[in-house]
Structure formats: C-alpha cells, structure tokens
Design a protein around this ligand. Structure first.
Ligand SMILES: [Zn+2]
Length: 125
C-alpha cells in the first residue's frame, strides 16, 4: 500500500463513521441546555481563550443560541463596578466572570470558533 492509498482509506473510514454518527442523531428535536463554551484561538502567536455563555443540544452537541434572560440561570448579567475614584458604574458580566461564578453549575465545553457542535465527551466538569 502506498501513501496515497493509505490517505484514501483513512478518508473513507472517517467519512463513513461521520455519516453514521449524523444519521443516528439526525432524527430528534434538539434539546438545548445552557452551558459555557470556551473558545480557544491564537492571536499574535499567543493562545487565547474566549469564554461565552451559550447552549448546546444534549443529544447531538449542536451549539445553540445564548438563552434569553428569562430562560437563563445566570441571573445578574449586569454588575456594579467601582472606579478607583469611587465612581460606580454598571457593566455586563464578562464571559470570564460568568465562568468563574457558574462553572460548577453549568457544563463547560471547549470548542473552536468554527465549530457548530461541541464534543459531548469533552465536558470539562
Ligand atoms: Zn440535537
């Protein structure tokens, strides 16, 4: 077997398993649960993490929309902060702050920005 044939058989094998995986999961109504997704990306040669409150289908792992305020368990999305001069202001919780407060409650997944699905086996907590 030369390298070309090996590449082809590898490709065929992957395609086959992907198709059966999708077929198995295609006939269902997505069941979205709230979760935290940590997107890894590199910027200027450094690895960065972008944390976002999101939702995922518990059956197939499809990434859904962020839940509405009414549906979300993350209650206070605005937080009070104080400037060094004592001035108070309101701001939204950052993804990082949501992660710090909710990673014990919500499932956490790692993904890439291009991903449409999270890997259900890669749940962090
Ligand atoms: Zn689904």
């Amino acid at each position: 077997m030369n390298n070309f044939d090996q590449e082809i058989s590898k490709y065929r094998k992957n395609t086959g398993s992907n198709i059966s995986k999708i077929e198995k999961k295609s006939k269902h109504k997505h069941q979205y649960e709230e979760c935290i997704i940590r997107y890894k990306f590199s910027f200027m040669g450094k690895n960065n993490l972008h944390t976002e409150l999101s939702s995922y289908c518990t059956i197939c792992g499809k990434i859904g929309d962020r839940f509405s305020k009414e549906k979300s368990i993350v209650e206070e999305k605005t937080i009070h902060k104080q400037l060094p001069n004592g001035m108070k202001y309101l701001t939204h919780m950052s993804g990082k702050e949501i992660y710090e407060q909710y990673h014990d409650i919500l499932p956490v997944f790692n993904a890439e920005f291009s991903d449409k699905y999270i890997d259900l086996n890669q749940r962090e907590n």
